[in-house]
Design a protein around this ligand. Structure first.
Ligand code: CO
Ligand code: CO
Ligand code: CO
Length: 322
C-alpha cells in the first residue's frame, strides 16, 4: 500500500509475515508450535439482500486466514451505518448473516465497533491460528509447481451488473452462493498434499494476485487463459461493456509483468483482472499432486476447481499468458 511508503515498518524475530510482501494477513509466532494470524476487511454492500451481504462480507474477511493455511478462531464486527437514513433492520439482518458464516467457520464472534457514516459498510477483523511451520505465504512456489484455482472468476463484473439492475434473480443467487462459500474446504485438504504457496483472489483480480506469487523471484508463471474458470454470464456482460472501474487500474498496475497479453482477447484480459469479492484460493502444488487436489476439491463441491498454470524457470517475475 502506497500510504505506508517511507514508514519504518516493524522487524521482529517472531513476526513471521509482516507488511513487506503484500501477503493476505499478518502472522506472529506465540510459541514454537503456535502462531496467530490477523486480518481485517470491510466494504459497502455488493448485493441488495442484507443477510446475503453479511454472509459474503464475513466469508471474505475470513478468507485471508484460510489463504495463510490457518483457521479462524475469533472475529469482531466492523460497522459503519447511516442510522438516520437506513432502517436498523438492514443492519440486524447483515449481522445475522455475518454471524451465521462465523459459526459455520467454527469461529466465535467476540466483539466489534460501530460508527455513524453516510454510507453503510460492514466487515470483520479476524484472528486465526496456525502451526508456524505450516504458514503458507504467497511466495513459496517453486519452478515445476502447478497453480490451482478453487472458484470461478467474474464476480466483479456481476456485482457491477447488479448495481445497474442488469442481473436477474437466478444470476444473483448463483453469484451470492459463490461469494458466500468459505475457503475452508481447500484448507482442510492442505495436510494431504504438498502445497508450496497460497493466496486468495480478491481486489487485484486473478492476474494481480498471481503476480504477487512471483514478484521479485527468479521464475515465471505461465497462465493458460483458456483453462481459467469464468462465470459464463460474466463473459457476456463484459462483452456488453459491463466492467468495474477497478479492472483498468489492476491492468495498468501489472502491465509490465505480462508477456503475451497482446495476443489475448481484450475482454478476456478484463476478466483476468476483474476485482473479486470473496474469490477462491490460488494454490501452488507439486506437479504430480495437482490432479489429485483438483479431484478432491470437486468432490467437496468446488466444481470449478481447475489447474490454470505452472511455475517455470523463465523471465524473472513475469506472467506468460499462453
Ligand atoms: Co488475501
Ligand atoms: Co484482504
Ligand atoms: Co497466503
Amino acid at each position: 500500500m502506497k500510504a505506508l511508503c517511507g514508514l519504518d515498518l516493524p522487524v521482529h524475530a517472531d513476526l513471521l509475515v509482516g507488511l513487506e510482501t503484500s501477503d493476505d494477513a499478518g502472522v506472529y509466532r506465540l510459541r514454537d508450535d503456535l502462531a496467530i494470524i490477523q486480518t481485517v476487511d470491510f466494504f459497502t454492500p455488493v448485493v441488495d439482500d442484507p443477510y446475503s451481504f453479511g454472509q459474503i462480507a464475513a466469508a471474505n474477511a475470513m478468507s485471508d486466514i484460510y489463504a495463510m493455511g490457518g483457521r479462524p478462531l475469533t472475529a469482531m464486527n466492523i460497522i459503519c451505518f447511516p442510522v438516520k437514513t437506513m432502517d436498523i433492520s438492514v443492519l440486524q439482518e447483515t449481522l445475522r448473516g455475518g454471524l451465521d458464516k462465523i459459526k459455520e467457520a467454527g469461529a466465535l464472534l467476540v466483539g466489534g465497533h460501530s460508527v455513524e457514516d453516510s454510507e453503510f459498510k460492514y466487515g470483520l477483523s479476524v484472528t486465526g491460528i496456525i502451526h508456524p511451520d505450516k504458514v503458507l505465504t504467497n511466495r513459496g512456489a517453486k519452478p515445476g509447481d502447478l497453480l490451482v484455482i478453487t472458484k470461478p472468476i467474474g464476480t466483479g463484473i456481476i456485482n457491477t451488473a447488479i448495481k445497474g439492475n442488469m442481473a436477474d434473480d437466478k444470476l444473483i443467487r448463483e453469484v451470492t452462493r459463490m461469494m458466500s462459500t468459505l475457503n475452508s474446504g481447500p484448507v482442510e485438504e492442505f495436510d494431504n498434499f504438498r502445497i508450496s504457496a497460497c493466496t486468495d483472489v480478491t481486489g487485484f483480480g486473478l492476474l494481480g494476485h498471481a503476480c504477487e506469487m512471483i514478484d521479485g523471484q527468479d521464475m515465471a508463471l505461465r497462465i493458460y487463459p483458456g483453462k481459467v474458470p469464468i462465470i459464463s454470464e460474466a463473459l457476456k456482460l463484459a462483452r456488453m461493456g459491463i466492467v468495474p472501474g477497478g479492472t483498468f487500474r489492476n491492468r495498468e498496475f501489472r502491465k509490465e509483468y505480462l508477456i503475451g497479453a497482446d495476443k489475448i482477447d481484450n475482454v478476456l484480459m478484463d476478466i483476468l483482472f476483474d476485482p473479486q469479492t470473496s474469490g477462491g484460493l490460488i494454490i501452488a502444488v507439486k506437479r504430480d499432486e495437482a490432479k489429485g487436489l483438483v479431484s478432491r476439491l470437486i468432490e467437496k463441491g468446488l466444481a470449478a476447481s481447475s489447474i490454470i498454470g505452472e511455475f517455470i524457470e523463465g523471465p524473472a517475475g513475469k506472467i506468460i499468458l499462453k
